[in-house]
Ligand binder design. Sequence first.
Ligand SMILES: [Zn+2]
Length: 136
Amino acid sequence: MAERCEVCGNPVRGPVNTIQLDGGIFRVCPTCSRLGKPVKMPGDPRPPPPIISRSPPINTQYEEQKMELRRDFNTLIKSAREKMGLSQEELGRKINEKPSLIKHLETGTLKPNDVLTRKVERFLKIQLLIPEEAEE
Ligand SMILES: [Zn+2]
């Protein structure tokens, strides 16, 4: 329900103005507000203080690092396999690859693709991929 202007008695459309008129304080419509002196009421809504939002600096430390295959991946695979007491055939069976593929990996003639690398890493519990910068 609209507030009524205390001067003209009409419902106030829009903001209610507080004015000083003939020594009195009136809440009036915009039209009647011209009749008196505007009064700043303590209860007046004030614009909220601007919120200074400072975005935190982006931490580049955890950026995804480019990984690359170790140059000695073949000897790493070989020694890890031997430590587990597996032959090339057995390892091939365990990770569902041909023994010839294991042989090629261990001689370094074949570089494993991403899928194979992950599979070998997981099974032999070794790390074949290293951060690119770490290698000379
Ligand atoms: Zn009025």
